[in-house]
Design a protein around this ligand. Structure first.
Ligand SMILES: Cc1cc2nc3c(=O)[nH]c(=O)nc-3n(C[C@H](O)[C@H](O)[C@H](O)COP(=O)(O)O)c2cc1C
Length: 325
């Protein structure tokens, strides 16, 4: 248990991101110093029903450690069984999703709906903690809505039921991902409990991480969208937090090498057919903000296979190199 806390304290973690935080992306983030990463949310029902598709989300590798497996569901018994399955399939910790605002999830009583139902939330945490002997964390929102901020109440329940740490996404469920995260909620949670608090929401640059830690006294930060096309953010954060050093920005050649290595990992772990679809979004993120990237994006969308896409990418980077001089 304490070794997981060592991986968390004073560090930057990769958030669970549906459709994004798969094994290849986690490995890329880790290569830049991300200290812990999470699977995307996995249906507890899917796991106990032995759904092949659901099990795909558990795919990991020896370098993919420590790995938090995030599960969602509304039934304590089902969640406990699912946690047991995840623990038997390589999870280093179980994270319970209490933040997903998507209708399909919320209407079953799972995800952010649990912010509205603290009693059921407590039952779920208790059942999971009792069932597995790996650490359990809970990822919550500030509350359901601005008029019902209850992160402190939920955190106290989580601590009381034996959670190892709590992750606070400082937005309300009805905010979705819009608006600015209100970090003061993270500070209030930190003041109320003794277990480590991981702050989350709007970390786009290293300075945001140090500001969040300073303003809220949180024990660690979790990065979501800021890491998309920008996995070196973890190195920048690490440098700033440990040595007070400047941000880390890769040059063009390193950027290209990271893209290629990420792409190769997608092909290696997912197969070329799937990678062809899943990697496109990363290419767009990796080139966002670079000169003439709109033109590259347009050309990339016309490519049907890996070779032509790689060809376009190489041409684009040649263009970038030339325009640098
Ligand atoms: C595309 C996308 C998918 C997400 N999937 C999950 C998920 O599976 N589980 C979860 O707890 N949070 C999920 N989140 C929320 C993030 O983990 C994080 O809490 C949120 O994006 C705020 O952090 P950020 O401002 O650094 O992005 C998702 C967010 C996005 C944008």
């Amino acid at each position: 248990m304490s070794s997981l806390i060592d991986s968390i304290k004073g560090k930057a973690l990769l958030a669970p991101l549906a459709g994004i935080s798969n094994l290849p992306f986690r490995l890329v983030a880790r290569s830049f110093g991300c200290s812990m990463a999470f699977t995307e949310m996995i249906s507890a029902n899917g796991l106990i029903r032995n759904s092949k598709r659901t099990f795909e989300y558990l795919k990991s590798s020896p370098e993919d450690k420590p790995l938090g497996v995030q599960i969602f569901g509304a039934d304590p018994e089902v969640m406990a069984k699912a946690a047991e399955i995840a623990a038997g399939n390589g999870a280093d910790s179980i994270d319970i999703n209490m933040g997903c605002p998507v209708k399909k999830v919320v209407k079953t009583g799972a995800g952010a709906m649990l912010m509205k139902n603290p009693v059921q939330a407590g039952r779920i945490i208790k059942a999971v903690v009792e069932k597995v002997n790996i650490p359990v964390t809970v990822k919550i929102r500030s509350g359901w809505s601005r008029s019902s901020i209850n992160a402190v109440e939920l955190s106290r329940i989580a601590e009381g039921e034996g959670a190892l740490a709590i992750i606070v996404h400082a937005r309300t469920a009805d905010q979705g991902y819009s608006g600015v995260a209100d970090w003061s909620v993270i500070g209030k949670v930190k003041n109320a409990i003794k277990i480590p608090v991981i702050g989350n929401g709007d970390i786009w640059k290293p300075i945001d991480a140090s500001r969040m830690m300073h303003e809220t006294a949180c024990d660690a930060v979790m990065v979501g969208r800021g890491a998309l096309g920008n996995p070196w953010l973890f190195r920048g954060i690490h440098r700033l937090l440990t040595d007070n050093a400047n941000d880390y920005l890769p040059d063009l050649e390193e950027r290209r090498a990271v893209i290629m290595s990420h792409w190769e990992k997608e092909i290696h772990f997912l197969g070329e057919k799937i990678a062809n679809k899943t990697f496109r979004k990363h290419l767009l993120w990796y080139t966002r903000g670079l000169e003439n990237s709109a033109q590259f994006r347009k050309k990339a969308s016309d490519c049907n296979d890996k070779e032509s896409l790689m060809n376009e990418l190489n041409k684009y980077f040649n263009f970038l190199r030339q325009s640098e001089h």
